[in-house]
Design a protein around this ligand. Structure first.
Ligand code: ADP
Ligand code: MG
Length: 733
């Protein structure tokens, strides 16, 4: 049996008991696991601190001193006083008492290493590591790795020193067996040291330079394989999928484009070009479109749909909520007016009577564009030829919906003569297309429509490259002209009266105001509406009907009709104030609204706050976002709120959010936790290296797409191990 795969318990110094603990606490089962378990930081053992400058706030110190006295307080408590010419310090032992008593003979000098602490007004160290003194105190020492550990491990005697000993033993056994994981040409090109050297030096660096080189090598390897695996997936899919070739732009596109009331921004134009290139390429498009709130994604979606329509296909736009679907539909119809394209709305509340002609229209192709909720991809809906699906606010659509989407693609037939897939004409269609195609005629298949996923939750670049690394990415990084900055303020509850006065002033100017409350989940399903209802009462008291104020309220517990009715009152300007929970979070467009008040703002995440703020600043001369915090606002929350006041750039907010909270816990990434466990690389800190690794992976695949060349055999082998497979994470791929 190879050493690498052998059980950790047979390593000298481990044994079954410790092995069980190492498995349970750190998931270390084999020697291979152990040698890939790296220190999370290093202590510079080369520096010796004079006792006089030791303070309890130092994490670790190393002092070198002469034992002046040893005092056996009882059988389980040994106190040693050490002196180094600058001062005296106590070392305390509750374990290994006899052994330490015997070796720490007064008059002899030792090196003590540990965490200083204040005790009874003095500084001591409990259980310091004790070593022979350094012959030359100026000699260059080594960096000592500190490994992640747990209380249980420490109690069981697996100290930092033990861990170092185990690593030394494991490396001695394993290094001769270690196979290099990167091809020579990559090591050379990127100036990376071999794996064996890197492993040796990540655990026992000979100096800071060696540590840096080892770290870089191991990080690069991780990021490289992550990207190689993603890009390979993408490559395989694009080769396997039959794309609908859409060579034309079409009359509808031009008609819409020419009638636009504004010029597209440079970013919108660029993104439309990217999409158009994808749709005419012959492979299936899988593109993620990121653009901040208000950056004009809808227009891009509509023009993309018109390309599909211009090529004889249908298109659909899916929104996450009914309200949004309605709003999209209303907007889109305006854009479509000059095109003659027939557009319909399909949601959960479409009545049965309306539904029938609608389904017929989709099946026979007379309805070319349909806007709606996930009802669009539910079972009874059949399209004649769905060529493009636009999914707005991607993170709310799940894996099952993706599968459902594929089966809605147009039916194609393999034409033996030309060796290509061609659309099945209506007359050729089997009576029950879906089942018929899959059960019987193998030359018939549904072709996956092109997919454009749009998200307004800016995701840090490194996360996007990981979560959506197998999608193509387009970014709208430019706002339409005329968008006014939103002034953001953070206030406490004591300033509420002043805020009400301010709201009255704005309303007097003809503006409207949002007041948003957080949703509070008492248990799994129940939403506490008392918060928003109480808020509504407060607002109505401060803005009474007798004085002419009209206040609308919208929350999740209302029926759809109620919600729509109240929302409409606000959208159409009949209500001055809209009190709501976060149901208005995405997409709602009320250009006349100039104030966004967010109550209990500390309860919201950064990206949610950013989304909410994006509801204003869309038309009014000047807009405001007022964050009202509760008295008990924690330090982290305070920091988030201050960041909101400091910047309006969604991407910057997302980056900062990731820095504050770590990459595994971001909103908009759906699950917390990353799709892959990175041992050493960090998506927060290693962005530049991620680019380098992705470029490298891309180049490798460009020149050897199936990794068949001998020099890439090692890449095949490593990928097959499955270590870098991405867990099912994204909703669309
Ligand atoms: P989002 O990206 O948040 O979905 P929308 O598509 O809703 O943004 O656009 C926000 C607003 O900006 C809409 O009122 C839209 O009409 C307007 N808009 C979009 N593109 C432009 C442009 N190029 N110039 C001016 N206004 C634009
Ligand atoms: Mg939108």
């Amino acid at each position: 049996m190879s050493e690498l795969s052998s059980d950790i318990q047979y390593l000298p110094g481990v044994g079954p008991k410790r092995a069980a603990l190492l498995k349970k606490e750190l998931e270390l089962g084999t020697l291979d696991d152990l040698i890939h378990f790296y220190p999370f930081r290093y202590i510079d053992r080369s520096s010796i601190t004079p006792i006089v400058s030791v303070t309890p706030d130092l994490a670790y110190v190393q002092v070198q001193g002469r034992v002046v006295s040893r005092n056996l307080i009882n059988i389980k408590h040994l106190s040693i006083i050490v002196e180094d010419g600058t001062g005296r310090m106590e070392m305390v032992f509750f374990k290994g008492v006899k052994w330490n008593f015997d070796r720490l003979v007064p008059g002899s000098t030792f090196l003590f290493f540990g965490k200083p602490q204040a005790y009874n007004g003095r500084i001591n160290m409990v259980h310091p590591e004790v070593d022979a003194p350094q012959a030359d105190p100026n000699a260059k020492g080594t960096l000592t790795g500190v490994y992640p550990s747990t209380e249980k491990l420490k109690t069981a005697g697996v100290t930092g020193k033990t861990m170092c000993k185990l690593q030394r033993g494991a490396l001695a056994l394993c290094l001769p067996e270690i196979q290099e994981t990167l091809p020579d040409y990559i090591l050379q090109k990127y100036g990376l040291p071999p794996l064996v050297w890197a492993l040796q030096n990540i655990h026992f660096p000979s100096d800071a330079g060696a540590l840096a080189a080892a770290t870089r090598r191991l990080k690069f390897e991780e990021l490289f394989y992550l990207q190689l695996s993603l890009l390979k997936q993408k490559y395989v899919r694009s080769r396997a999928s039959v794309g609908l070739v859409m060579p034309h732009v079409g009359a509808a596109f031009h008609a819409c484009y020419n009638a636009l009331p504004y010029a597209l921004t440079g970013a919108q134009q660029r993104v439309i070009k990217e999409i158009r290139a994808d749709m005419s390429s012959g492979s299936q498009m899988n593109r993620l479109l990121q653009g901040d709130v208000g950056s004009g994604k809808t227009m891009v979606a509509v023009l993309s749909c018109l390309i599909a329509i211009g090529n004889g296909c249908q298109a659909c736009i899916m929104a996450p909520t009914e309200v949004l679907a309605q709003q999209h539909f209303a907007n889109i119809q305006k854009y479509l007016a000059p095109t003659g394209v027939k557009c319909a709305l399909l949601t959960g509340s479409t009545t049965r009577k309306e539904r029938r002609p609608l389904l017929e229209g989709l099946a026979d192709g007379s309805i070319q564009l349909v806007v709606g909720t996930h009802a669009l991809i539910e079972e009874p809906v059949k399209y004649r030829a769905l060529g493009l699906a636009v999914i707005d606010e991607q993170h709310r659509f799940g894996v099952n919906q993706r599968a459902a989407l594929w089966s809605k693609g147009p039916l194609m037939k393999y034409d033996q003569r030309s060796g290509a897939w061609v659309p099945v004409s209506v007359s050729e269609r089997p009576a029950i297309p879906l089942e018929g195609a899959q059960g019987g005629d193998l030359s018939l298949q549904h072709v996956q429509p092109h997919v454009l996923v749009m998200t307004a939750t800016p995701i840090p670049r490194t996360l996007a490259m990981t979560f959506y690394g197998d999608l193509d990415l387009s970014v709208i990084d430019e706002m339409p002209p005329g968008r006014k900055p939103v002034q953001t303020m953070l206030i406490g509850q004591n300033r509420l009266p002043a805020m009400y006065r301010f709201m009255r002033d704005e309303i007097a100017k003809g503006r409207q105001v949002f007041v948003v409350y957080p949703m509070i989940f008492i248990n799994e399903k129940m939403e506490d509406v008392s918060n928003v209802e109480q808020g509504y009462e407060d607002i109505v008291k401060a803005f009474p009907l007798e004085e002419g104020y009209k206040v609308a309220i919208v929350h999740g517990q209302q029926s759809n009709e109620q919600k729509l009715f109240n929302m409409k009152a606000f959208v159409e300007g009949r209500a001055h104030i809209l009190v709501s929970t976060t149901v208005i979070e995405v997409g709602v467009d009320v250009p006349n609204a100039s104030v966004m008040v967010i109550r209990s703002a500390q309860r919201f995440g950064l990206s949610q706050l950013h989304q909410l703020r994006g509801r204003v600043g869309r038309g009014a001369e000047k807009s405001y976002c007022i964050l009202v915090k509760d008295p008990k606002t924690g330090k982290d929350a305070q920091q988030r709120l201050e960041l909101m006041c400091a910047t309006e750039d969604g991407f910057e907010i997302a980056e900062q959010d990731m820095k504050m909270r770590g990459p595994g816990d971001l909103e908009g990434t759906q699950q917390s936790g990353l799709p892959i466990d990175l041992h050493i690389a960090s998506l927060v800190r290693d962005g530049a290296m991620l680019d380098e690794a992705r470029n490298c992976a891309q180049k490798v695949l460009d020149s050897d797409p199936s990794l068949d060349k001998p020099q890439n055999a090692v890449l095949q082998r490593e990928l097959r191990k499955g270590k870098y497979n991405i867990k099912d994470y994204s909703n669309i791929s």
